[in-house]
Design a protein around this ligand. Structure first.
Ligand code: CDP
Length: 209
């Protein structure tokens, strides 16, 4: 059986940390699909265009190469907003779909917003990882501090809220839990506890691991 674990949820809920740890524990490849949208947003900015320009975003999506994922300028407030703006464009999402499905076909953990609903609707296990806005904002704020990016906690919280609202309200592959996803609320869980719970859910779904 090809094991595919789909992890979706709002920004800074702990999806990436959980996905990486599950992939390591289960010997699976891991794809952070948010990076794809971040590269597209960054490429649009590099071209001097606006991330809200659908044609520029689609051109950038078609130009994406895998080595772009190693770029070091994909995080931070500007990249966050740009990624979410280009992610609204149906042509951008369509351009990125085949790569994500190809990656998943060999067995993998993927995290994003639409993995369980659109990219791999027949995934073996679907997790919807979430947490209270204030807990997520604090985590992202600490992360930014660690990277030397100055921002107030209130600013980070407002930015997360705006991005989640845009991601959930868009017509193309909106952020939402698949009907068969298990919700994992990490508000009061640290990374170890979230991993333990995530692994438990996977094990109960697949009966091994
Ligand atoms: O790390 P964080 O949760 O802040 O964001 P991310 O997972 O890197 O995703 C950045 C943006 O890409 C999101 O706000 C979404 O707009 C978009 N995205 C998406 O539309 N679909 C995905 N599968 C993954 C990300």
């Amino acid at each position: 059986m090809t094991l595919v674990i789909a992890i979706d949820g709002p920004a800074a809920a702990g999806k990436g940390t959980l996905a990486r740890r599950l992939a390591l524990a289960l010997g699976l490849a891991y794809l952070d699909t948010g990076l794809l949208y971040r590269v597209v947003g960054r490429r649009v900015l590099d071209a001097g265009a606006a991330p809200s320009d659908p044609a520029a975003a689609e051109t950038a999506a078609h130009a994406l190469v895998v080595t772009d994922l190693a770029r070091t300028d994909l995080r931070g407030p500007e990249a966050d907003q740009a990624s979410s703006l280009v992610a609204k464009v149906p042509g951008v999402r369509a351009a990125l779909l085949a790569f994500q499905r190809g990656f998943a076909s060999k067995g993998a953990v993927l995290d994003g917003r639409d993995i369980g609903t659109v990219v791999v609707p027949n995934a073996t296990v679907k997790l919807f990882v979430t947490a209270d806005l204030s807990a997520r904002a604090r985590r992202r704020w600490l992360e930014l501090q660690g990277r030397g990016i100055a921002a107030s906690l209130a600013q980070v919280e407002a930015e997360l809220q705006a991005r989640d609202a845009r991601d959930a309200a868009r017509e193309a592959a909106p952020l939402r839990a698949a009907a068969d996803a298990v919700v994992l609320d990490t508000t009061t869980l640290d990374a170890d506890a979230a991993f333990a719970r995530g692994l438990e859910i996977v094990q109960s779904r697949v009966g091994f691991a």
